[in-house]
Design a protein around this ligand. Structure first.
Ligand code: BES
Ligand code: ZN
Length: 605
């Protein structure tokens, strides 16, 4: 038995996990998975290697909807032991209590997932680009790993893993691990992740996938129909990784590959280690939406190396990542470009603060999500207020000092978790103490435990948006849309233009804009997502069918929530929203339908 009291990591209590890692924690997983598309289930055998920190009679794992066939002490040939489920919670699932012997070094669980497991989306061929083969992908963040793997599902617990995965012979499986680049004849694959990761970074995708290298250590996986476009869109990937390393230290995960998912993927991107998952809606054809890739890449440091200890500390993942993302974009495309991203983010922050209200505790950086589904409690604040705190620090101490601080922070806490209190302590020690009066000036407490945006935050401006604002003013003063100067605009200028239009535009005014700029038929999802709310409010008929198609085909929650809301806010839109949702719901991931069911009602009930 291994007792390591002196090495015991300090586990911050996690309100979203039943596990008790301070007693016994897991440090390695051996996983056998059989992927069965006919029953939409995984059959698994999970062997967990244990570290004992304190005498414990049982190991508690998180599960949700798993059927357990056997629990053994030791490996797959071990001896059966007693186990029992605790009470079921709709969000947290059920604790699995496993009786341990004092010398148990490992436990093995044989289990099956439920066909409706929330982390898993099983797509029929019709929902893929090729329309011939089915597709499966997982989304484990925040607390959904437990729906496909019995685990200590807390971001403060890390483990290495090896997996053997069996899939139908013509499909390729990929994981957040060392990945195959070619198919095997028998559909049997092995994976290894040698760096310890938390359960929310466990990932699996299975489909008709092919690989294309982009550099010696980067590449992209996609369905054959999408691969050429993806390789074109992500051509700058190696430059991004190099830029990130120049900023904040070596990339610690060896390869960095992208996987382009089918459009029902509920997020823009997910930072699964070694293999970022991305939505196909960033394949705009002009590389205009690749800041999302910079974002997921940045998580290879903020999030995957230094990990939020609980979901209350989510801003430590996302705020640092947004700041880092924009620094990468600045290195590649210059300050004026990155400034546009900063202003768009700032606009989103102001909207979120307004929506949540000026005194809402959900606008604090340090959250209190106990008793709530983290998936519903996490919002733009962690991203943009978190970024804004770092931007304010940059403004106050200068870039060189902040960059040294951040680089050291990543280096010194690599492969560990961080909670907000420990971060504040570290910040004081390493940065604030060197600048007398800085903590007060920064209003640190107001950022962390106060609502809204502290007054010390510097203004954010983008020179390239001046032309946009000038065009907006001219159009409102009577210049025809077709006569506005918009040459060289990227999608960011266009999105800023659309956000800057006055409310209540009539269908006739939208017709004029659409004739000049063809928004309704834009191939850029960000432009569509900014345009459709205007068309919904105005009852602009030419956009109705394109909107229905967008809502049916795309499953990205960030786009769909505002569009369904805009529909609900108009008299005729509510019925339309429900009709579209009833038809589209089957195409969405569980992470999205739980949000939309709350908004629109569950059409299947
Ligand atoms: N890690 C997040 C996605 C996430 C957060 C999934 C919380 C589940 C729970 C990812 O890095 C992310 O932030 N994605 C954004 C894109 C980004 C450019 C802001 C998204 O999907 O919109
Ligand atoms: Zn993120």
């Amino acid at each position: 038995m291994s007792h390591h009291p002196s090495l015991a990591p300090a586990f911050t209590p996690d309100p979203h996990s039943y596990a008790r890692p301070a007693e016994v924690s897991v440090h390695h997983l051996d996983l056998d998975l059989i992927v069965d598309f006919s029953s939409s289930t995984l059959a698994g055998t999970a062997t967990w290697q244990l570290t004992h920190h304190a005498p414990a009679a049982e190991l508690v794992l998180d599960t949700r909807g798993l059927a357990i066939d056997a629990v053994l002490l030791g490996g797959p040939d071990g001896t059966p032991t007693t186990y029992e489920f605790g009470p079921d919670d709709t969000v947290l699932g059920q604790p699995l209590h496993i009786v341990l012997s004092p010398d148990a070094a490992a436990v093995t669980i044989r289990y099956r997932t439920a066909p409706g497991a929330a982390a898993l989306q099983w797509l029929p061929p019709a929902q893929t680009a090729g329309r011939q083969q089915p597709f499966l992908f997982t989304q484990s963040q925040a607390i959904l790993a437990r729906t496909w793997l019995p685990c200590q599902d807390s971001p403060g617990v890390r483990f290495t893993y090896e997996a053997r995965v069996q899939v139908p012979a013509h499909l390729l499986p990929l994981m957040s691990a060392e990945n195959p680049q070619e198919r095997t004849p028998d559909g049997s694959y092995t994976f290894r992740m040698s760096q310890p990761i938390p359960a929310y970074l466990m990932a699996l995708a299975v489909g008709d996938l092919e690989f294309r290298p982009l550099s010696a250590r980067t590449g992209v996986y996609a369905e054959p129909a999408t691969l050429p476009q993806a390789a074109e869109e992500f051509a700058d990937l190696e430059d991004m990784v190099t830029a990130a390393e120049d900023l904040y230290g070596p990339y610690r995960w060896e390869r960095y590959d992208l996987l382009v998912l089918p459009p029902s993927f509920p997020f823009g991107g997910m930072e699964n280690p070694r293999l970022t998952f991305v939505t196909p809606t960033i394949l705009a054809g002009d590389r205009s939406l690749t800041s999302l890739v910079a974002h997921e890449l940045a998580h290879s440091w903020s999030g995957n190396l230094v990990t939020n200890a609980t979901w209350n500390d989510f801003w430590l993942n996302e705020g640092f990542t947004v700041y880092f993302e924009r620094r990468i974009m600045e290195k590649l495309y210059g300050r004026p470009y990155a400034d546009m991203l900063q202003v768009l983010g700032h606009t989103a922050l102001l909207h979120t603060v307004e929506e949540l209200g000026p005194t809402s505790p959900d606008t604090h950086l340090h959250l209190n999500l106990a008793g709530r589904d983290p998936d519903e409690g996490l919002n733009e604040i962690a991203y943009e207020k978190g970024d804004y705190l770092l931007l304010t620090l940059e403004h106050l101490v200068g870039r060189p000092a902040l960059d040294t601080f951040i680089k050291d922070y990543f280096a010194r806490h690599s492969f560990r978790s961080m909670d907000t209190l420990s971060f504040v302590e570290y910040l004081r020690q390493e940065l604030l103490a060197k600048h007398p009066g800085l903590e007060e000036h920064l209003q640190l407490a107001a950022w962390i435990n106060g609502p809204g945006i502290p007054a010390v935050a510097p203004p954010v401006v983008a020179a390239r948006f001046q032309a946009v604002e000038a065009a907006l003013a001219q159009w409102q003063a009577g210049t025809p849309a077709a006569n506005l100067t918009t040459t060289g605009w990227t999608s960011h200028e266009w999105v800023h233009f659309l956000h800057g239009l006055p409310p209540g535009l009539t269908a006739a005014r939208l017709t004029e804009l659409d004739e000049a700029f063809a928004f309704t038929h834009s191939g850029n999802a960000e432009i569509l997502a900014a345009w459709f709310p205007l068309t919904i409010a105005a009852g602009y008929a030419p956009a109705e069918e394109p909107l229905r198609e967008f809502l049916t085909w795309v499953g990205r929650r960030k786009f769909l929530v505002p569009l369904y809301r805009a529909l609900l806010a108009t008299p005729s839109g509510a019925d339309r929203a429900r009709a579209i949702y009833a038809a589209a719901r089957g195409n969405y991931h569980a992470v999205a339908t739980s949000t939309f069911d709350a908004l629109l009602g569950n059409p299947t009930e």
